[in-house]
Design a protein around this ligand. Sequence first.
Ligand SMILES: Nc1ncnc2c1ncn2[C@@H]1O[C@H](COP(=O)(O)OP(=O)(O)O)[C@@H](O)[C@H]1O
Ligand SMILES: [Mg+2]
Length: 257
Amino acid sequence: MELRLEGISHRYDALTVLEDISLTVEEGETLALIGPSGCGKSTLLGILGGLLQPSAGRVVAEGAVPASCLNPLTYVFQDFALLPWRSVADNVSLALEHHPLSANERRERIAKVLQSTGLSDFATAFPGQLSGGMRQRVGIARALAVMPAVLLMDEPLSALDAQTRDLLMEDFLDLWVRERTTAVYVTHNLNEALRLADKVAVLSRRPGRLREIVPLTIPQSERGSSAALAELARLHDHLWGLIKDEARTAEREVADV
Ligand SMILES: Nc1ncnc2c1ncn2[C@@H]1O[C@H](COP(=O)(O)OP(=O)(O)O)[C@@H](O)[C@H]1O
Ligand SMILES: [Mg+2]
């Protein structure tokens, strides 16, 4: 499925948060959305997912949704949002409960996503027994269980330590490459954007405007190689150049309030 944002603006009462954002997320593509804190990234993701009605503009979703897809636009939350009294498998099952599936289909889907997220051996464990990284795997598994057409992720790794983040990113990539799920990935971490995305949309400070869309042409599978280092460093500098001053000003504005 392809998602198109056309002239999206949003305000909360008197506060204008987003201004005239137009961009396209193509089928199978991962778009990273970066920008200073408070610029409207989560708001934009909410609009994409249909949780929020924009003040102006529209979201167009195009393309067929496969029959196996139970929920075309699916969120992964930063804080995992797991139920502590349910096992890993039952947390994943939660996403399927309101859908008309046979017990067999349900079991098969759960087994499949637990396997693809490396959780098969933890099906009967409880969230409290797992590390943060493993808990977020459960969050991802739950999102994937509905076989989403588009995965919407709001800083899914930001609650994790750096090492866990790196490990999970590599696993995400394996999964992406295999499933080619269309994804929008909000982060304030340039390295995550540079590792995962096919293109990076850079927003200005609030009100968030689209400053630039930076395409990343090196295939994800080659970004870990030393040959890619120079180009990735160049892109990092470019992205940082775009957001540094904005972030600094936004920081001062917040401090001034
Ligand atoms: N429900 C809301 N009502 C009023 N203001 C909000 C609401 N949600 C977010 N905001 C404000 O809108 C701005 C953008 O928020 P958000 O989209 O969360 O930014 P980001 O995710 O980029 O940090 C912030 O100033 C925030 O305080
Ligand atoms: Mg946010």
